[in-house]
Design a protein around this ligand. Structure first.
Ligand SMILES: NC(=O)c1ccc[n+]([C@@H]2O[C@H](COP(=O)([O-])OP(=O)(O)OC[C@H]3O[C@@H](n4cnc5c(N)ncnc54)[C@H](O)[C@@H]3O)[C@@H](O)[C@H]2O)c1
Length: 283
């Protein structure tokens, strides 16, 4: 099945990025938010990102105008009824996702696919809120979507091979490289990355080296674009702790146990870049 009309639910950090990439790739996009205020904010994020691409010479001004004309914003979820696929990018909360999937299931055509951009929630648990488990799949983009090349496709045990094939073709048309992962916490990237990041925090806590030396060691010795403590600050220490807690509960392995320093920093509101302080100072 060819997917032409793309609906997106949520115009936050990820939804706006997915809309930008889809419109730039020639797709008609309709994006839904909870109210006019959040919709305006999300759409202006898309405009700014496009304008920056034009400024940097990565996109022609006419291409930007054409792409922007392909994006329609709405605050009425019913406007997504004719989409071939809806990609959900609302808050990372199971009850919220189940509620919107149940609503979408009633609304869209029987052959439409419902994809979720969840980072950590079970795809099967989201699919259970619908009557079309075979057409529900994880489509995990990375932040910032216009820059990051990867998308993880995550079928649940209910998802059909046709759905996997259709979203893989869509990902390719969006210029992304896809990988296939099982429906288990963290999929591929976060499963590996989070244990690395919390190990780096543990190493710092144990006084093995300074934060700068830990970061420089991985930048210069492993050719990583940024060190683990800088990356942890960038992602947000609260998010890393939440994900580590989910892994620890699921797998029971001590390597996923949140280091005491991480727990203390989150409790104290030192969440990284977004709070102005984490392993480094951003004020
Ligand atoms: N930020 C990241 O780095 C990242 C990376 C990969 C995946 N994700 C996942 O993507 C999803 C979205 O994350 P985000 O960072 O974009 O969050 P965000 O908070 O920036 O955006 C979420 C948006 O969804 C909107 N929303 C909430 N309920 C809605 C509803 N019922 N209908 C329409 N809009 C609704 C909110 O108003 C908000 O604008 C989450 O599941 C998250 O785990 C995030």
């Amino acid at each position: 099945m060819e997917l032409k009309n793309i609906g997106i639910l949520g115009c936050g950090q990820m939804g706006s990025g997915i809309a930008e990439v889809a419109a730039k790739s020639g797709f008609e996009v309709i994006i839904c938010e909870v109210n006019e205020q959040t919709l305006t904010k999300g759409l202006s994020k898309i405009q700014k990102s496009f304008a920056k691409a034009v400024e940097r010479g990565k996109l022609a001004a006419e291409a930007m105008e054409a792409a922007l004309a392909r994006i329609t914003g709405t605050v009425h979820v019913a406007d997504l009824a004719d989409c071939d696929i809806v990609i959900e990018a609302v808050f990372e909360d199971l009850a919220t996702k189940q509620r919107v999937f149940a609503e979408l299931d009633q609304l869209v055509q029987p052959e439409a696919i419902l994809a979720t951009n969840t980072s950590s929630i079970s795809i099967a648990a989201i699919a259970a809120a619908t009557q079309r488990g075979d057409k529900v799949i994880g489509m995990h983009f990375f932040n910032p979507v216009p820059v990051m090349q990867l998308v993880e496709y995550v079928p649940s045990i209910l998802t059909s091979p046709e759905t996997v094939a259709a979203v893989s073709a869509l990902g390719e048309a969006l210029g992304k490289t896809g990988v296939l992962a099982k429906d288990s916490p963290g999929f591929i990237v976060n499963r590996l990355l989070v244990s690395y990041l919390i190990d780096a925090i543990r190493v710092y806590e144990q006084g093995l080296a300074s934060r700068e030396d830990i970061d420089n060691a991985m930048k210069l010795g492993a050719a990583h674009p940024m060190g683990p403590l800088t990356l942890a600050d960038f992602i947000g220490l609260d998010i890393i702790k939440d994900v580590a807690d989910v892994f620890f509960e699921e797998y029971g392995e001590s390597r996923f146990k949140s280091p005491p320093l991480l727990t203390r920093m989150v409790t104290a509101g030192q969440l990284g870049r977004k709070s102005g302080k984490g392993f480094y100072d951003y004020k």
